[in-house]
Design a protein around this ligand. Structure first.
Ligand code: C5P
Length: 307
């Protein structure tokens, strides 16, 4: 065997999924400005892949799907991936070194937690690259500091989120659910949607609406039950800011979807369908610039390649 002069660069790729909210109960803002949530997250098959490689410095690059406006993703040091790397490096007293590239399929500022997916993928990938062996408990705690949705991006599947969304626990889900997702060219700012919720609902209860109906439908695996139970307290605020979405939801339902709704803070709208074929039919009937089909639940941030 010939000796290698240079060891091959170690490369790790981690895949993280988009999330949708099947139930999003929002309470009145807390003293810290965040809103208490009862939410049911589901990870769906729409992914960002994050690849990390040994490097003498720190760098971040992006390769985005053609329907994504790449200029909306900061690459100047202000990306949530930079912050994830900073937190993990500081946690272990390590230097922040690595060449990171994001292959992005999850629409930006769409209510699908694409940034949170990237942050979760960065924690898992860099932990591996740096040999840091962070415990699951510590990874979840670091994730919660990065954003309310990041712990769920680690966990995946279908889960109940409480607190500001960062406390997650898996729930029984007997279905394979088929979704059509229609992102908008123009994103919506999550803080702006929450502020508009505050303006529209000054008397919002302190305790958010419970998720019982959605949890029952998931446990039963029944699409008609789930269609009737889907709930999003942020939807009125998102629709008020973006009245065009109301027409989109009506078009999707007219095309045969069991139910359409804004997901999270929007503006992406998701349409529940009864099967893969049904989802393809609904997608074909919608002539919007970007129409995606995905099923859920799928796994949280996970290693797909390691060299
Ligand atoms: O936690 P994350 O960074 O994703 O939150 C982004 C913004 O969304 C917050 O700054 C806040 O304005 C709003 N938010 C909220 N209540 C939550 C989650 C997010 O008001 N439970």
């Amino acid at each position: 065997m010939t000796a290698q002069l240079f060891p091959p660069a170690r490369t790790t790729t981690v895949r993280a999924a988009a999330k949708i909210n099947l139930h999003l109960g929002v309470g009145a803002a807390r003293a810290d400005g965040f809103h208490p949530l009862h939410t049911v997250y589901q990870a769906i098959g729409l992914y960002d892949d994050l690849t990390v490689e040994d490097a003498p410095t720190w760098g971040l690059t992006l390769d985005a799907a053609d329907y994504i406006e790449a200029t909306h993703v900061p690459l100047d040091g202000a990306n949530i991936v930079d912050r994830a790397a900073d937190l993990l490096a500081a946690h272990h007293g390590l230097p922040r070194l690595g060449a990171v590239s994001i292959a992005k399929e999850i629409p930006v500022a769409g209510g699908l937690a694409g940034g949170s997916a990237d942050a979760a993928a960065a924690l898992v990938a860099l932990d591996r690259l740096w040999g840091a062996e962070t415990s699951d408990e510590d990874l979840l705690a670091l994730a919660a500091r990065l954003g309310s949705d990041v712990p769920f991006a680690l966990l995946g599947g279908t889960a109940l989120g409480t607190g500001r969304g960062e406390r997650v626990s898996p729930v029984a889900d007997r279905g394979t659910w088929w979704w059509v997702a229609v992102p908008s060219v123009e994103g919506l700012s999550t803080p702006a949607v929450y502020r508009h919720f505050d303006a529209l609902f000054p008397d919002a209860p302190a305790t958010p609406a419970p998720a019982d109906a959605v949890l029952g439908a998931l446990a039963a695996g029944d699409p008609m039950l789930l269609a009737a139970a889907l709930h999003n307290d942020l939807e009125p605020a998102a629709l008020d800011l973006r009245p065009d979405l109301e027409t989109l939801i009506a078009r999707g339902e007219a095309a045969g979807a069991l139910r359409g709704m804004v997901t999270g803070s929007g503006p992406t709208c998701v349409f529940l369908c009864a099967s893969a074929d049904h989802a393809r039919d609904v997608a074909a009937a919608l002539d919007d610039p970007v129409v995606l089909v995905a099923n859920g639940p799928v796994a949280g941030a996970h290693l797909v390649e390691y060299v």
